[in-house]
Design a protein around this ligand. Structure first.
Ligand code: FES
Length: 130
């Protein structure tokens, strides 16, 4: 079996939503201390919907594929759904990642969470009741 699924290779070679949103409502940047990879997510939020999302990833192919897939999974979705995105959902959508590459998908989950935290810090009135 090939190490990487066709979906991983596709999202690595043709990443979706790569770039920057200049007037983003939320920005999240996370890194993995072990491999040194960094992922940055930009969110544009309108009426509680992820109107646009872009990413910049300085990292391995799995991190790029995970960022690309994660942005596709939350684009156009309600913020509440984006908050629930797990790395497991990203891996499933990619048809799997090798075990030692799981942390790359965790980075995508964390980057989106961090961008949403930033959004709520700037817009505390939008924060859902805990
Ligand atoms: Fe660290 Fe992929 S090797 S994010």
């Amino acid at each position: 079996m090939a190490l990487y699924s066709e979906k991983v290779m596709d999202h690595f070679r043709n990443p979706r939503n790569i770039g920057v949103i200049e007037d983003a409502d939320g920005i999240g940047e996370v890194g993995n201390a072990k491999c040194g990879d960094i992922m940055k997510i930009y969110l544009k939020i309108e009426n509680d919907i992820i109107a646009d999302v872009k990413f910049e990833t300085f990292g391995c192919g799995s991190a790029i594929a995970s960022s690309s897939m994660a942005t596709e999974l939350i684009k156009g979705k309600p913020v509440a759904e984006a908050l629930k995105l797990t790395n497991k959902a990203v891996v499933e959508a990619l048809d799997g990642l090798p075990d030692y590459k799981m942390h790359c998908s965790v980075l995508a989950e964390e980057a989106i969470r961090s961008a949403l935290d930033d959004y709520y810090q700037k817009n505390p009135e939008k924060k859902p009741e805990q």
